[in-house]
Design a protein around this ligand. Structure first.
Ligand code: ATP
Ligand code: MG
Length: 386
């Protein structure tokens, strides 16, 4: 009897040499978090999710696990010639409608089996052709019946669902995402997660200048990110005092730069507390005045940790496409003022200078502002939406 299960294929994991056990451990943990009690087995780099059949809801969860390149809707049988052939035929029959051509693609990882892959291709090919009337096309068939011969089990499948790709969450370490309510930063966070980072999010808000709608947006965006990583810690930092101090002391054209320098300092302090080793932002080169090379350099100079900018080379239109696919776009475009839109000068500096930033900060009690803002941060744990 063939048992339906999901066979998860991993890609780059194979490249990781000595680190591979760590990556596999993180991947198994991610799968467990995503699918709950279904059994997970590791057959030498093959991960199967058992006990859930081909449940579409479980499949949907698996599609959100980074590190999985594809998910095969597989059937597992004993490695026995008759069982393999009859499963191939049953599967081809059930998938044959609308198809005109097929091929059998056998891989034999267990060399002890008495048929080699060419023999099995021929035998299964003849059986499927007889049963379905489909013609063989080795080049570009409508139906590809794949057979992976191992021991003691063989997997037979025709349907391959693309996985999320990337690396398992947590396998690259831990970082802090600066999350505004805008379009860019959630996408940047998703890309960072895809490369194996676990994220905390930090959001700066300035009540009463920014209202509860902005906070709700940020919580909803964090929830969407959590559906890819599991619960995300969101640090909400009250930023009003710092922003008003900047407004009252700093020359107009440098205000945005100085806010940003304060933000990265505060984010670095919070990162230190959770042992995160980098910041992630949604900045994109030359997208807005604050994102020129000179200004990024001024912002980065205030950071004690590397600043990762996954979107640095993205066009806005590419970011929007990605945001739509992630369903963050609809949330990001909801009304809700970001604190960075406050007190914005008519003519912000586009070629910020380090020495000028430092002089502006001489008139502020930077250390005190940074510590008091970080100290007043409220941390919430945001779970994926049910
Ligand atoms: P986004 O769409 O992500 O807001 P943006 O194009 O509007 O980006 P800016 O507003 O200049 O660009 O912000 C640049 C980056 O600074 C953001 O992507 C985000 O990482 C960070 N940032 C801006 N405002 C905030 C905020 N209120 N809280 C946390 N991070 C912020
Ligand atoms: Mg913004």
């Amino acid at each position: 009897m063939a048992e339906p299960l999901f066979l998860c294929k991993v890609g780059e994991l194979y490249l990781k040499g000595d680190n591979r056990p760590l990556f596999e451990k993180k991947l198994v943990a991610s799968i467990e978090r995503a699918v709950g009690p279904a059994r997970i087995r590791d057959h030498r780099g093959k991960l199967t999710v058992e006990g859930a059949g081909h449940d579409p809801e479980v499949l949907q969860r698996l599609e959100r696990v980074f590190g999985i390149v594809s998910i095969e809707l597989a059937h597992r049988v004993e490695t026995d010639e008759d069982d393999i052939l009859s499963t191939a035929v049953t599967l081809a029959r059930s998938e044959a409608s609308g198809a005109r051509t097929f091929r059998i693609s056998t891989r034999r990882t267990w060399k002890g089996f008495h048929l080699n892959s060419v023999d099995l291709n021929c035998l299964a090919g003849a059986a499927v052709a007889r049963a379905t009337g489909l013609a063989v096309d080795l080049g570009d068939p409508d139906l590809d019946v794949r057979i992976e011969v191992g021991t003691p089990h063989t997997y037979v499948y025709t349907r391959r669902i693309p996985g999320a790709g990337g690396l398992p969450v947590g396998s690259s370490g831990h970082a802090v995402l600066l999350l505004s309510g805008g379009i860019d930063s959630p996408v940047a966070g998703w890309l960072a997660m895809k490369r194996g980072l676990t994220l905390d999010a930090v959001h700066f808000h300035s009540p009463p200048h920014t209202g509860p709608a902005a906070l709700r947006k940020v919580r909803d965006l964090t929830g969407i990110l959590a559906s890819w990583q599991g619960a995300v810690r969101l640090h909400v930092v009250p930023f009003t005092v710092a922003q008003e101090a900047v407004r009252d002391t700093v020359r107009e054209d440098y205000r945005v730069l100085i806010y940003r320098r304060l933000m990265v300092r505060i984010a670095c302090l919070l990162a230190e507390r959770s042992r995160a080793r980098a910041l992630v932002t949604g900045e994109s080169l030359a997208q807005v005045a604050s994102q020129t090379l000179e200004n990024m350099s001024c912002i980065e100079a205030a950071a004690a940790l590397p600043v990762l900018r996954p979107l640095v080379t993205y066009d806005k239109i590419e970011v929007i496409q990605r945001a739509r696919r992630l369903s963050t776009y609809e949330v990001s475009i909801r009304p809700g003022e970001d604190c960075c839109a406050l007190f914005v000068p008519r003519h912000p500096a586009t070629r910020g200078r380090h020495d000028v930033c430092e002089r502006c900060e001489d008139d502020l009690d930077v250390e005190d502002l940074v510590e008091s803002c970080a100290g007043a941060a409220v941390t919430e744990e945001i779970s994926p939406p049910s």
